[in-house]
Design a protein around this ligand. Structure first.
Ligand code: SAH
Ligand code: SF4
Length: 378
């Protein structure tokens, strides 16, 4: 059977090599070729013996999803639509900033959790992404960024971007947020293996602070993540009380706020950062009043946290509206005055609908389950 080497972290690759009678240290060399040199052709891996290269090409491939669209918005945000077979599509988005380049990565085709305001949730669930499909998003982004960078005449590049920090971030992915399509912790094993590759010094070598998993609050999986691979954690809170959160984030019916906050506190014992990021989508007239802000401040009193307010991104047939900039400002100021560090997410790449958390590839729902049935199934 042919295996895809993009499916392996270092441990998996060592097992695979040892089974074919090779030395474990070859794994480091191969990881470097694949992930640091973006090499997918075994014949180019010049420090591997010829017979190993032959064995590898007979037994394995290095295969990533196929890019079907590649579009850059006016503000530099770049979105790729990737085909993952059976007519399904996923998206990943690159957001260049002054001192970093963030890639927003998808973890599932669709999502079963059916949050009321989410385009992905509305489409239903098809399947989990494989490790290769998750890591492949990063592999492809780096490859295309480097190629584009190399193609541009240096003089032009230097004129456009004087700051070497920006040059670096435009050239490569420096940060990952698992905030694309899907609930990462509902695809636990594949996501953890993909995180291992992102963190491995012989692959992408990103620090645990630069890799963020965003979850709607799957408590048992949060506890497992903190043991297996504690990276930075963002939690989609979106409401200051259970009745409202039950409606906006239906998984709350299974894992209510009090238990969720306790899990956040446990997570911080092993986390690479000393705070949890709470995401809070700003929905006009739903969760954005001064009394919601007051309730929220009381609620999170005991959790070291930062807030990221996300102006709602509308999509066809969505029943919500984005809060006005004035209510977002008032809400933010109230949190700040209470001592909570708060940022408002810039709505980037609006002209290509690339805003993180609003990624709408093509999903053919396989489950035909209701939201309630999905929650029971998780
Ligand atoms: N499933 C995970 C990660 C993917 S969504 C989670 O829910 O956390 C990433 C973020 O985008 C989440 O906070 C999600 O609630 C938010 N989001 C989803 N749809 C959105 C929309 N239409 N506008 C703004 N934010 C949205
Ligand atoms: Fe799934 Fe996250 Fe969308 Fe909720 S917000 S439906 S958990 S992708």
């Amino acid at each position: 059977m042919t295996v895809n080497l993009l499916d392996y972290d270092r441990e998996g690759l060592i097992d695979f090599l040892v089974e074919m009678g090779e030395k474990p240290f070859r794994a480091k060399q191969i990881l470097k070729w694949i992930h640091q040199s973006n090499q997918s052709d075994f014949n180019q891996m010049s420090d591997l013996a010829k017979n190993l290269r032959t064995k590898l090409s007979e037994s394995s491939v290095i295969a990533m999803p196929q890019v079907t669209r590649d579009h850059t918005a006016a503000d530099g945000t770049r979105k790729w639509l990737l085909s993952v077979g059976s007519g399904n599509g996923i998206e990943s988005v690159f957001i260049p900033e002054a001192n970093r380049g963030t890639l927003c990565v998808s973890s599932q085709v669709g999502c079963a959790l059916a949050c009321a305001f989410c385009a992905t949730g509305k489409q239903g669930f098809n399947r989990n992404l494989s490790v290769a499909e998750i890591v492949g998003q990063l592999w492809l982004a780096n490859k295309m960024l480097v190629e584009d960078f190399d193609r541009q005449p240096l003089a032009k590049m230097q004129a456009d971007i004087a700051d070497p920090q920006i040059m670096y971030s435009v050239r490569r992915v420096t940060n990952i947020v698992m905030m694309g399509m899907g609930e990462p912790l509902a695809n636990f094993e594949n996501v953890v293996t993909a995180l291992n590759v992102m963190l491995d010094d012989h692959a992408y070598g990103l620090s645990r602070r630069r890799v963020t998993v965003s979850t709607s609050g799957l408590i048992p999986a949060m506890d497992r993540l903190r043991k297996r691979c504690p990276v930075a954690l963002a939690v989609s809170l979106h409401a200051p009380n259970d009745p409202l959160r039950d409606y906006l984030v239906p998984i709350n019916q299974k894992y209510p706020i009090k238990d969720l906050l306790a899990a956040c506190q446990r997570y911080l014992q092993d986390a690479p950062r000393d705070f949890i990021t709470f995401e809070y989508v700003m929905l006009d007239g739903i969760n954005d009043s001064a009394s919601h802000a007051r309730e929220l401040i009381k609620l999170v009193r005991d959790v070291p946290c930062k807030f990221n307010l996300i102006p709602f991104n509308a999509f066809p047939n969505s029943e919500f509206r984005r809060s006005s900039s004035e209510s977002i400002r008032v809400f933010r100021d109230m949190l700040m005055q209470a001592g909570l560090m708060t940022t408002v997410r810039k709505t980037r790449g609006d002209d290509i609908a690339a805003a993180c958390g609003q990624l709408a590839g093509r999903v053919y729902d396989k489950t035909r389950r209701t939201a309630k049935e999905n929650i029971e199934a998780i």
